[in-house]
Write a protein that binds this ligand. Sequence first.
Ligand code: UTP
Length: 296
Amino acid sequence: MSIDIAVVPVAGHGTRLLPATKSQPKEMLPVGRKPVVQYVAEELSAAQIRRVLFVTGARKSAIENHFDEDQSLVEYLRESGREEELAELEFDRNKVDYFYTRQSRQLGLGHAVLCARPLVGNQPFAVALGDSIIGLHAQSTIMSRMLEEYDRTGADVIVAVEEVPPQDVKKYGIIEPAGPIGNRIDIRRLVEKPAVNEAPSNLAIVGRYVFSPRIFDELALTKPGRGGEIQLTDAMQRVLEQGGKGVAMRLLPGEKRFDIGNFGSYFRAFFDFAISDPKYGESLRAHARKVLDREG
Ligand code: UTP
């Protein structure tokens, strides 16, 4: 059976985006017209995922509210004939079921994924980070390609990767390829946040994963690593050490990655989405040109 369940970790503190994230989840920050996590849910829905399990935490109830039907708002819009706005509230509500569990202590991404175990059980599943968008307006097929790879090979660990500048490898999980570097790469080894001179490549893992349930056994055994957190990369590496198969799928040239984790990348993401907005993009581009000309 094809994978139809995805885990979306959204429990992090978002400290790099304070004060914006003091009482609001970073995954709910708008990028253009929609909150980040809505793009993630739409990407998963387009890849035929039908069950999305959010791993949430304190101060994250806005996410639950966002994916719940607001009957009084729907009635209000219907009664006042606001069909356009009404359509904006229909995002995939009929196709996807949403579920929630809590990560009470932020012990890292690996721990957040482990929190999903009682609900996912003994089946393969996808993971998509709730703070990164793949492709402008989430137009990407990376998750579908990863799920097809699972159907074809049953690999235990499938990750999305992209090349990053050498000075940035220390911010990511990095793969060591076991063969030629095409759009699909066999993985020999994984390292979390290596120093430049220790990095086995500059192919960085970018927030999309497909796992066989073997990952749960290794996560349960994984001790806190870098930063005192239970690292997902460490558990993936252990799956490979136990003989599991690992595959990396490269983002295609059109699949730009928008990471919302810090203000620099958040501002760029918002700008890119806003200048490509079907209604306001054109005039915003003209405005930006005018402002920059004045400065230059
Ligand atoms: P990050 O490490 O970028 O998120 O995790 P963070 O911890 O919120 O960031 P800072 O450093 O404090 O600014 C990537 C994704 O994993 C989730 C986050 O919510 C984010 O969507 N995450 C991270 C968890 O769910 N639990 C954790 O313990 C850590």
